[in-house]
Write a protein that binds this ligand. Structure first.
Ligand code: AMP
Length: 218
């Protein structure tokens, strides 16, 4: 299956993507994670991306598209993938279509995670992520780790993303409405959009998503 996941920051894309990718046996490709890995390794690409990310802005397409394309060329993505955070604007969506057209393949679904805006800010400001595995996500109030600052799953250190402050979250939301939301209409015109509510327990949302994808494929 080839799936694109969209939704505002804080919708739980990363968390859901990890579970869905596992259930569907496809790689989880997150451009945000790829950027963060480049930043922590101090690569030139990471250096270019860092300031934009910190400000809650999109990293320019010249940087992002090449990185996403290279990742999609890797052998594990040949039979399917779950894209999380890419495409994030209309140009990226069109380039993705071109990449897929060249291979004579197409997307199966665009899964749209819906969540009210005030919930987004609450979720993100309290979010803590494991340094060892970004799919291990906690919340200081809603799903607190047993020991503060320590991942329940692997003992890794929990940290707050540099772009998870309230001010940056508001900026990221603004960017989402302006740049990313238009891709939903673009994909609706292709009949690909499956919308679900991202409210509720993580496992409930995963089940809802799996069911919606099953119905869409039927
Ligand atoms: P995420 O982990 O998906 O929330 O992404 C974190 C940040 O990485 C975003 O706020 C952007 O600054 C940058 N980013 C991730 N994916 C993209 C993309 N497809 N295009 C541009 N910037 C991106």
């Amino acid at each position: 299956m080839r799936i694109v996941l969209v939704g505002p920051p804080g919708a739980g894309k990363g968390t859901q993507a990890a579970y869905l990718a596992k259930n569907l046996s496809i790689p989880h490709i997150s451009t945000g994670d790829l950027f963060r890995a480049n930043i922590s390794q101090g690569t030139p690409l990471g250096k270019k991306a860092q300031e934009y990310m910190k400000a809650g802005q999109l990293v320019p397409d010249e940087v992002t598209i090449g990185m996403a394309k290279a990742r999609l060329e890797e052998p594990d993505a040949a039979d399917g993938f779950l894209l999380d955070g890419f495409p994030r604007n209309l140009n990226q969506a069109k380039v993705l279509d071109e990449i897929l057209d060249e291979k004579s393949i197409r997307l199966d679904a665009v899964l749209d995670l819906e969540v009210p805006e005030d919930e987004v800010v609450k979720r993100i400001a309290g979010r803590r992520i494991c340094r060892s595995d970004s799919s291990h996500v906690f919340h200081v109030t809603y799903s607190a780790p047993k020991a503060e600052g320590v991942c329940d799953h692997c003992g890794g250190e929990l940290y707050q993303r540099e772009d998870d402050t309230e001010e940056t979250v508001r900026k990221r939301l603004e960017v989402y409405h302006r740049e990313t939301e238009p891709i939903i209409d673009y994909y609706k015109a292709q009949g690909l959009v499956v919308t679900i509510s991202a409210l509720g327990k993580v496992t409930e949302v995963t089940q809802r998503a799996m069911e919606a994808l099953r119905q869409n494929a039927a």
